[in-house]
Design a binder for this molecule. Sequence first.
Ligand SMILES: [Zn+2]
Length: 179
Amino acid sequence: MYFYAHAGLGWILAEAGRGDSRFRRAVFLAAIAPDLDALPSVLGWSITLNHHHVWTHNLLFSLVVSALAMWYCPGQRLRALVFTQIAFYSHFFGDYFFTTWPLSYLFPFSRCEFISDSAFHLWHPVNQWLGLGFTLGALVLCVVFRRTPLEVLSPRADTAWIKVVTKLFRARGVRRMNP
Ligand SMILES: [Zn+2]
């Protein structure tokens, strides 16, 4: 799946867990962190071919992410474990079924590669629809709970951003009522 689809689904899962801001941060990052191994692509396509879906799309990485989340969320360890695993596997199976790029799930113990026989190509329209659906779902939750994934970087910046957006929408509403 596209990165923005993983991110949208990650935010939906983060909100579904009903935890605090640390919990949401851990779950959201667990959903997008597997694509860290796409970063070397800035160095060239051949490097991408060797490393993407290898370093951080595997069982060991999922356990490291959940262990870090349990340490980071001391009051909600079990929930952090469950939801970061769900978030990681939402990413993993998103790639397993909606890309044709094999995943080295057992890395570094084995370079055995996994991919669904009926996987969709990344540029199949179903990926655009999934990305759109998850992004819209995440946006609805942003409106309902009045917070956004910006909270992952800085809760204070997110609160300020929500205030600005709310003011803008209120100002537009007032203008529409008094044309
Ligand atoms: Zn991925």
